[in-house]
Design a protein around this ligand. Structure first.
Ligand SMILES: Nc1ncnc2c1ncn2[C@@H]1O[C@H](COP(=O)(O)OP(=O)(O)OP(=O)(O)O)[C@@H](O)[C@H]1O
Length: 710
């Protein structure tokens, strides 16, 4: 169907008479729309606009619906989820965070109930049994990471009763660009406690004494720190060892990790320290990611840097990418305010098409041209002036910053001027929704990191419309214009008046990183850069950044596709072991005598546990092998071989042996039982890429973009 077909359905729905006892019939879409509209009106007090029904139809048709922010996607999505449920399909509404999953599930519950559909939600604190009942509902709301980690944790089930995620049927993805594109660059990783290793706190103290430019260098992209020859010599001197001793490779790695933690990771930007623990800040959302950590060595190095007790070490038990997770669902659809800009990626990675839904009331927000300044301090000074001047009129202002440290710095400067900004960042994210909801009140000044509080409606206070509505200021352009548009979209919702502007400096990271060699144009006497070239460079840097990110995404996907395929095959096998008798069949055939000697009542379970243990163990080892392989694979390029082909060749060969290895080890355990098959005692999740330093390929790519002149 296309937009005009949807409109016809909605037009027909308008003419239907609906009685309270009507049951929706999904073969009659107009009838369904009429009933859903009536049910929403009676239960939620919201009568869906025609465009919301059009959005619902686009979702039921498997599209990503682009609906402008504030148009009421929550309701469109709920009607579509109910529609799928009434077709007998189980729906997962995937949101960007726990808060929205809970809010939307609870808000829409009366509508679902009226339509005869059950609904549940999960968040990171949901206990096991409640989680299970939530998954048993027709419609489940949960964040992508919660659902992903449940899928990964189910993977460790040693009995069918432990599994909580039912077979996937429909995924309805809210903020689809953010989930399917931004978050998709980072695989979800489940790790388990293994042998505790040693960490060297002295190294944290040692690297603190090193001087940048003399002892160590940081590459232009700020992604990699490395010792210079002089630095390496000093470290060797202090430690009294040979860093490059082939028999002791561990120390060099630990020194490098300590240096990375010291030189590249900044407290309050990349992580915060709370309750004696290092908590990561999710770079795409500026929120604290609970239960997430860096790969071990780096986590330990950051803990040592902050003089905290080291947490347990672990190994990767399993991982899945957002693509891998989403591809499990036979039916996928989504909604977002900014889909068109990523339509190419949605098509390439997910086979999804975008449907643009017209707004209910046209947007009348004033989007002003960027204010460009030569230096960072000039920009900040002008930004503070602007805030003060606008604030005097009483107009509410929302300032979007790029990180927590910047928010705090700005808040500090505003306070010095006797202004009272409310700061919204990863440190108080529990309250962020209610704070952001008040950002439209007269006189409010709200400083917020990136998309914190996203999805919360900002209503204008009394008399604010006359002042021009909410004024949104970005303290710098993001690495993608989509994120800029999302920030602008906080103002001018549902036809409200509003304004937006970005303050940019030629020293912003976006420019120094992606167009480092360009000479910026001079400023006018009042300090503002008005030359066309200024705006051109900003736009150009953003396009380069977008291109680099797309290539990174593409490349990650090229490598993970094979891994995910192998994972699927192993999981199919595991399912057969878990639910069937394949372990018993295999082991009884391999050693009938031993089989006959075992007590009949327990031998099936014994066989199952042995095979599951070795299957999980071998998969963990296989993952470690693939990670190592991928890290070293770029060297093959030197031998004129295609790294990707080589990776595939070796990964496939190794995989072929995997099955045989599992069988061999299982048989060994069966014949001479080990005292205990010890499984990991605790699990946790990672958010950062499998390689914290970026792959060699990414680094090379960044080098290319930074040296190419246009
Ligand atoms: N049919 C309707 N009639 C009246 N108000 C509505 C209707 N649909 C939604 N709203 C209101 O519009 C506001 C925005 O809704 P919602 O939060 O779903 O928007 P959104 O499109 O998800 O925005 P965002 O992109 O910021 O997440 C809410 O306050 C909601 O109550």
């Amino acid at each position: 169907m296309n937009l005009s077909a949807y409109k016809k359905v909605v037009h027909a729905a308008d003419k239907r008479e609906v009685s309270p006892d009507d049951k929706p019939d999904m073969s009659d879409l107009a009838g369904f729309c009429a009933i859903a509209r009536e049910a929403a009106d009676r239960t939620l007090g919201l009568r869906p606009y025609d465009v919301q029904l059009i959005g619902t139809l686009a979702l039921l048709d498997g599209h990503v619906a682009e609906m402008v922010t504030g148009e009421g996607k929550t309701l469109s999505g709920a009607m579509a989820a109910a529609g799928y449920a009434l077709q007998g399909k189980r729906v997962h509404v995937i949101s960007v965070n726990d808060y929205l999953a809970k809010r939307d599930a609870e808000w829409m519950a009366p509508l679902y109930e009226a339509l005869g559909v059950t609904v549940g939600h999960i968040d990171q604190n949901t206990p096991h049994e409640e989680r299970r009942s939530a998954y048993a509902c027709d419609v489940l709301y949960g964040s992508v990471s919660e659902i992903g980690f449940d899928v990964l944790r189910d993977r460790l089930a040693t009995g069918p009763a432990q599994i909580i995620v039912p077979a996937p049927e429909v995924a309805l993805v809210d903020e689809a660009d953010s989930v399917l594109v931004d978050e998709a660059r980072v695989p979800l990783v489940l790790a388990g406690a293994a042998d505790p290793g040693s960490t060297i706190p002295e190294l944290a103290a040692l690297v603190r004494t090193l001087v940048r430019g003399y002892h160590y260098e940081i590459d232009e992209q700020g992604r990699n720190a490395y010792l210079t020859t002089k630095g390496a010599a000093s470290v060797e001197n202090i430690l009294g060892i040979d860093l490059y001793d082939e028999n002791e490779p561990g120390t060099l790695i630990e020194v490098n990790l300590a240096l990375h933690a010291h030189a590249l990771l900044t407290r309050d930007v990349d992580y915060i320290v709370r309750d004696g623990r290092v908590q990561l800040i999710n770079p795409s959302r500026g929120r604290v990611a609970l239960l997430q950590r860096w790969p071990d060595g780096l986590q330990a190095a950051v803990e040592a840097k902050e003089a905290l007790d080291p947490t347990e070490k672990g190994e990767i038990l399993d991982q899945i990418s957002v693509q891998g997770l989403i591809k499990r669902y036979p039916q996928v659809c989504g909604m977002t305010g900014t889909a068109v800009a990523v339509s190419e990626q949605l098509g390439e990675f997910y086979g999804l098409k975008v449907a643009v839904i017209p707004p209910n009331r046209p947007c009348v927000r004033d989007d002003f041209a960027d204010r460009i300044y030569p230096t960072g301090p000039d920009k900040i000074a002008a930004l503070v002036e602007e805030i003060q001047a606008v604030h005097e009129s009483g107009r509410p202002i929302l300032i979007g910053t790029l990180d927590v440290a910047e928010s705090e710095h700005l808040a500090h400067l505003l306070q010095r001027r006797k202004l009272e900004p409310v700061v919204l960042n990863a440190k108080n994210d529990a309250e962020e929704a209610s704070i952001i909801a008040r950002a439209g009140e007269r006189g409010a000044i709200t400083v917020s990191t990136q998309m914190a509080g996203r999805g919360t409606d900002i209503r204008l206070g009394d008399g604010v419309a006359e002042l021009g509505g909410l004024y949104v200021i970005g303290s710098g352009r993001h690495s993608s214009s989509r994120l800029d548009d999302q920030l602008r979209g906080r103002a001018g919702r549902q036809g409200d008046p509003g304004g937006s502007v970005f303050f940019v400096s030629m020293e912003d990271e976006l420019l120094t990183q992606f167009v480092p060699d360009e000479r910026p144009p001079a400023a006018d006497p009042d300090g503002l850069v008005r030359h066309r070239r200024g705006a051109y460079l900003v736009g150009h840097a953003q396009r380069v950044a977008e291109g680099v990110n797309l290539e990174i995404h593409r490349n990650t996907w090229r490598y993970t596709r094979l891994l995910e395929h192998q994972r699927e095959l192993v999981m199919e096998w595991r399912d057969k072991v878990l639910h069937g008798d394949s372990a018993s069949v295999a082991l009884s055939e391999a050693d009938p005598e031993r089989w006959a000697a075992l007590p009949e009542s327990t031998r099936d379970e014994t066989a199952r546990q042995i095979v599951l243990y070795h299957l999980d163990r071998c998969w963990t080892e296989h993952l470690a092998f693939l990670t190592d392989l991928r890290e070293g694979i770029h060297l093959r390029a030197l031998g004129r071989m295609s790294p990707l082909d080589e990776f595939h060749r070796e990964a496939v060969a190794e995989y072929k042996q995997l099955m045989a290895e599992i069988e061999r080890r299982s048989l060994d355990s069966f014949e001479a039982p080990a005292p205990e098959l010890k499984r990991p005692s605790a699990t946790w999740t990672y958010m950062i890429n499998d390689n914290p330093f970026g792959t060699e390929w990414e680094r090379a790519l960044k080098r290319v973009t930074s040296t190419s002149k246009r």
